[in-house]
Design a protein around this ligand. Structure first.
Ligand SMILES: [Zn+2]
Length: 233
């Protein structure tokens, strides 16, 4: 992944594709500074669409910044509308960016363990295909900062939820590789590993830069992850 921090606290995923802005904030931009973050990306805050994130598998298609989205339960957003900004807030869960470069369709998902288990990734690819005809062969996918297997301690019930991605520490606890599970699910849907980019960033290991719900005692602060199709020149 070609990731550039410019200016400080604004991480741009340069390698997702041309004609698209994909970025996430660091903790320099707390919840009160979302407009400043968007301005630093030369994006207009009034074009931002977010949803009421509920760890489910609902994906919505947006074509305008309708305020009703903000109260609608969902964990994925897709658009073909240039300038519309799709936003997902995270602090440990995985922000997953999607870009169909040929069809010029963008999407973003909030992928925590519950949403991944519920099928949010399958649902994203399904809506891309049914609504916009985006084949998986066109899709570029990127994973932003999240809690990683180095730090994501969970109970042993996760062995059944995520077989192959739970690593036992003792009889009752182990570590979950949620990003690994996401990549595996994408591969099974026909997305090649060369189409998947991972920031590799851990919100706990890099807690000086990113918010972590776990480490910071269920903080309400979130990173803002956005994707926005550039207007035609
Ligand atoms: Zn870590």
């Amino acid at each position: 992944m070609n990731l550039q921090e410019q200016p400080a606290g604004v991480y741009r995923i340069q390698s997702l594709g041309q004609d698209v802005t994909a970025a996430f904030s660091s903790r320099l931009y707390d919840n009160s500074k979302r407009h400043e973050f968007l301005a630093a990306l030369s994006l207009r805050p009034e074009n931002l669409v977010m949803v009421k994130q509920v760890h489910g598998d609902t994906v919505l298609v947006a074509d305008k910044p309708d305020p009703v989205f903000f109260d609608t339960p969902a964990d994925g957003l897709i658009t073909k509308t240039p300038r519309l900004i799709l936003g997902i807030r995270t602090a440990d869960c995985v922000p997953v960016f999607f870009w169909d470069a040929a069809g010029k369709v963008a999407g973003i998902a909030h992928a925590g363990w519950k949403g991944v288990k519920a099928g949010i990734l399958d649902q994203m690819l399904k809506v891309f295909k049914t609504r916009f005809g985006s084949p998986t062969a066109n899709m570029q996918v990127a994973l932003g900062p999240s809690i990683r297997k180095c730090c994501y301690e969970v109970g042993n019930e996760f062995l059944g939820y995520f077989p192959g991605f739970y690593f036992g520490k003792n009889a009752s606890h182990g570590y979950l590789d949620l990003a690994g599970s996401i990549k595996s699910r994408l591969l099974k849907k026909g997305i090649a590993s060369s189409q998947i980019q991972d920031s590799g960033l851990c919100t706990v290991c890099e807690n000086k830069k990113f918010f972590s719900y776990r480490v910071e005692h269920q903080t309400r602060e979130r990173m803002l992850n956005v994707i926005c199709i550039s207007p035609e020149h």
